[in-house]
Design a protein around this ligand. Structure first.
Ligand code: CTP
Length: 309
């Protein structure tokens, strides 16, 4: 445990060590940052050859009817590519031959609150976001921005929409969905995903560009990181960071801070749009974060904690 959260020392010692450590970690992101072009290009090359963004979701080009596609979440329940589902796929990767100059990858940590990073995020050519954060809510816009180009959509959230009984909650969810531009990537799709998506689109009558994650691509990206310092399953944040590295010339990262306190000892919410509660989960986020910090120190990506007002 990096931050004494599960230690046996007296709490005053834990508190002191933790805040010293977090102050040191935070200080990494203050001051000047210099890109290391050679290292950036090397990593881009590596990631492009293993996990090029174009194969990140299923298209009519990269799967065929009848194909059995593994399920990352539950290997016993693979996805069968039915005719019906195939018809629903987009024809080809929409950003074909398109490269972005600057990209923002936005995690959902409470560290975004009070960061004033919204304008900096929105100034990027492409913005990658995780797990359908509530983009429509004005209170978060100054810190988290409003732009989105590529957003992951967890199956559990799509499913909870279908099960929503309360009309106002449902309406709020649809309003939030309407804020999204670009691509919504349905994560870990199964044969029911199509019905959920159809239902959301039918209710709104809008034109959501929903695509289905290609599990092969996630597994390849996960393998890459397993061999590069992240032994556990990667988070959506690292997944999107990897995609961005294959497509963008500059990658800026926001909203990554998987610790319940900031450098001053103030509580940090797990999500910037939720009450200050902190849950531990299946990933090893602190370890992952240290890997992200190393990429920042090495000049590959730039991590932003606070932005100029
Ligand atoms: N994140 C972070 N610190 C937090 C919360 C999130 O660094 N306190 C980053 C992680 O990279 C995470 C991403 O922001 O993947 C999106 O956050 P979230 O929606 O909370 O993702 P999870 O549901 O926790 O995990 P995942 O979708 O990756 O399974």
């Amino acid at each position: 445990d990096y931050f004494g959260l599960a230690g046996t020392e007296p709490s005053s010692v834990v508190q002191k060590n933790r805040s010293l450590l977090l102050t040191e970690v935070m200080s990494t992101f203050e001051g000047e940052w210099r890109k290391n072009e050679a290292l950036f290009q090397e990593m881009k090359r590596d990631l492009t050859s293993c996990c090029e963004a174009e194969s990140s979701f299923m298209t009519k080009q990269n799967v065929r009817v009848g194909e059995i596609i593994p399920n990352v979440l539950n290997p016993k329940l693979p996805l069968k590519m039915t005719k019906d589902l195939y018809r629903n796929l987009i024809k080809d990767w929409p950003f074909k031959n398109r490269r972005f100059n600057t990209c923002a990858v936005v995690g959902n940590s409470g560290i975004l609150r009070g960061s004033y990073c919204g304008a900096s995020i929105d100034s990027a050519d492409a913005v990658f976001r995780c797990n359908l954060p509530p983009l429509g809510k004005k209170v978060y816009q100054e810190d988290a921005g409003t732009k989105s180009s590529f957003t992951t959509a967890p199956l559990s959230m799509l499913k909870s929409y279908i099960q929503m009984k309360d009309d106002s909650v449902r309406e709020q969810f649809l309003e939030d969905m309407e804020q999204y531009d670009g691509i919504l990537l349905a994560k870990k799709p199964n044969n029911y995903t199509k019905y959920m998506i159809d239902s959301i689109i039918a209710t709104r009558g809008g034109e959501l560009k929903m695509v289905y994650e290609h599990p092969h691509h996630f597994l390849r990206t996960n393998n890459y990181w397993n061999n590069h310092g992240i032994p556990k399953k990667i988070t959506s944040g690292i997944y999107l960071l990897s995609l961005a590295l294959t497509r963008c010339e500059e990658v800026h990262v926001y909203g990554f801070w998987p610790f319940p306190y900031d450098d001053k000892g103030n509580a940090v919410a797990y999500h910037y749009y939720e009450a200050p509660v902190f849950t531990k989960d299946s990933h090893d986020m602190p370890l992952e974060f240290m890997r992200v910090r190393r990429l920042h120190q090495d000049g590959v990506i730039q991590v932003h904690m606070r932005c100029p007002r």
